[in-house]
Design a protein around this ligand. Structure first.
Ligand code: NAD
Length: 481
């Protein structure tokens, strides 16, 4: 731990926390004040080779460790995450910007994921298929796929690495993870948790570097059997094609642009209170963030007014401060993107009801922004906003809004609010996305599958599907000799 309470930045290779062998580093910047938090070591080719060799060597050892012992390590890791919640959350807020309460929640949920997969590791059931003769039977076995290359982004520095690491370890896989270079401290803390929980050296390895160079090295490497990536659609397509070229299994958790449909029969006040927290959580930098609001005619005015009032009441400041509702954006790229979306929407005739500007000139703060009457051809209705800017528009009919909700190539999450259960069932059937929240935004749970369709990716994390992502299926036909 550094003097400022920020995690000490190191690589974790074959059980050893250390600097890169060639001494290359990059600055990690606090998005709240642009100060430098620490120097992040980059892994050289030699370091990557050592991480890969360790994962390769330890895969059979970990695979053959009884599931009950693997579960003990995962349970201890979950417990250590909880014990270290304050320090890990502080590191996360400093490097990523989200408010401390959200960071603490994220550490808590990460612990829960780890514990959930501890239990699931003991339920990697196959099945018996009745034989075609009296003295035979078939067996379906679930086996770990092999060493995994995991690549994670900057918006959920604990949750996303933990979902990949814990499911892979539960299945019996070893891991080389490249976490985000912009928010590395949290993942370093997670690696320390696993070491202290008794994970054998070399089963988990953590590296950093230039993202494209590291992924180009890890994905084709013969030791790696599975790729798991979370990030943007363009990068996902690139990595997916690389994985395909080398016949590697891949899970792709990519971007989204979630429609939120609010029907006249919903309770507007209740809906606004629920979605305001969901929308501005992590300053909107969430792949399942509610991002395109379609409000039915009779409730449109009331909805926009209440949403605007509540957005204006938000306290936007350094996430470490008491009473902060929203922190800065994670990096200056998001500031530029938000200004671009607002300018474009204005040009298309949108009514900016509140916000629309950067706050101050030090730190990457942006106003919570609500825009009404945003036409479908504005950029923000078609490109993932990934920030605290809310476009709202209206609709008349059920079929019309379903068509508008399904029109994009994204298919990650959709939300709808209605008090009519028949409508709710029809919505769940017709919305084209991997996850649908009806009268709820709570669609990301340790026990439930999380993943997208269309351009939002393929494969699921979470739930039993999240374990299967790291397993091969083997059929054994057994005839009595
Ligand atoms: P980006 O597309 O440059 O990078 C997205 C992530 O991929 C980053 O973590 C980056 O380090 C990594 N990356 C980039 N090129 C890579 C490569 N060749 N190999 C491996 N990793 C690579 O964009 P950005 O500016 O960091 O983020 C902006 C956009 O990314 C957002 O608009 C959003 O769509 C998307 N994003 C999605 C998620 C998610 O949870 N699905 C998370 C973060 C960012």
């Amino acid at each position: 731990m550094s003097a400022n309470g920020y995690e000490k930045l190191e690589l974790f290779i074959d059980g050893e926390f250390r600097q890169g062998s060639e001494g290359k580093t990059e600055d990690v910047v606090n998005p709240a004040d642009e100060s430098v938090l620490g120097e992040l070591p980059h892994a050289s080719k030699t370091d990557l080779d050592e991480a890969l060799a360790a994962a390769d060597r330890m895969f059979p050892v970990w695979r053959d460790t009884p599931a009950v012992q693997r579960a003990q390590v995962l349970n201890r890791a979950g417990q250590l995450m909880r014990e270290r919640m304050d320090s890990i959350a502080r590191t996360m807020t400093m490097e990523q910007g989200k408010v401390l309460n959200e960071a603490r929640l994220e550490v808590g949920v990460s612990a829960e994921i780890c514990e959930w997969y501890a239990g699931e590791s003991m339920r990697a059931y196959g099945r018996i298929i009745p034989g075609r003769t009296a003295n035979s039977r078939g067996m379906v076995l679930k086996e770990p796929v092999g060493p995994v290359a995991a690549l994670t982004p900057w918006n959920f520095p604990a949750y996303t690495p933990m979902r990949k690491i814990s499911a892979a370890l539960a299945a019996g896989c070893s891991v080389v993870i490249k976490a985000s270079e912009e928010t590395p401290g949290t993942c370093v803390a997670i690696a320390r948790v696993f070491q202290d929980a008794g994970l054998p050296d070399g089963v988990l390895n953590l590296v950093f570097g230039v993202p494209a160079e590291v992924s180009e090295y890890l994905i084709p490497h013969p030791a790696i059997r599975k790729i798991s990536f979370t990030g943007s659609v363009p990068v996902g397509k690139l990595l997916s094609s690389m994985a395909g070229e080398h016949m590697k299994r891949a899970t792709m958790e990519l971007g989204g642009h979630s429609p939120v449909i609010v029907f006249d029969d919903a309770d507007t006040e209740k809906v606004v209170k629920m979605v305001i927290g969901g929308k501005f959580r992590n300053a909107g930098q969430v792949c399942i963030s509610p991002t395109r609001f379609y409000v039915q005619e009779n409730k449109y005015g009331e909805f926009v007014n209440r949403f605007t009032e509540m957005a204006e009441a938000m306290n936007v400041t350094n996430g470490l401060e008491e009473g902060a509702d929203m922190g800065p954006l994670a990096n200056p790229r998001r500031l530029d993107a938000m200004s671009g979306f607002v300018a474009d929407a204005r040009e298309h005739g949108a009514d900016v009801r509140t916000g629309g500007e950067r706050i101050g000139n030090q730190g990457f703060f942006f106003q919570p922004t609500v825009m009404a009457d945003v036409p479908e051809d504005a950029r923000i209705m078609n490109e993932e906003p990934f920030g605290p800017v809310v476009p709202v528009t209206t609709f008349k009919e059920f079929d019309e809004v379903i068509e508008r909700a399904n029109k994009l190539e994204f298919g990650l999450a959709s939300y709808a609010f209605t008090s009519d259960d028949n409508k709710a069932t029809a919505l769940a059937n017709k919305l084209e996305s991997g996850m649908v929240g009806v009268n709820s935004l709570a669609i990301s749970l340790p026990e439930a599958p999380f993943g997208g369709i269309k351009d939002s990716g393929h494969g699921s994390e979470g739930g039993i599907e999240g374990l299967e992502a790291y397993q091969n299926t083997k059929f054994v036909q057994h005839w009595a000799a």
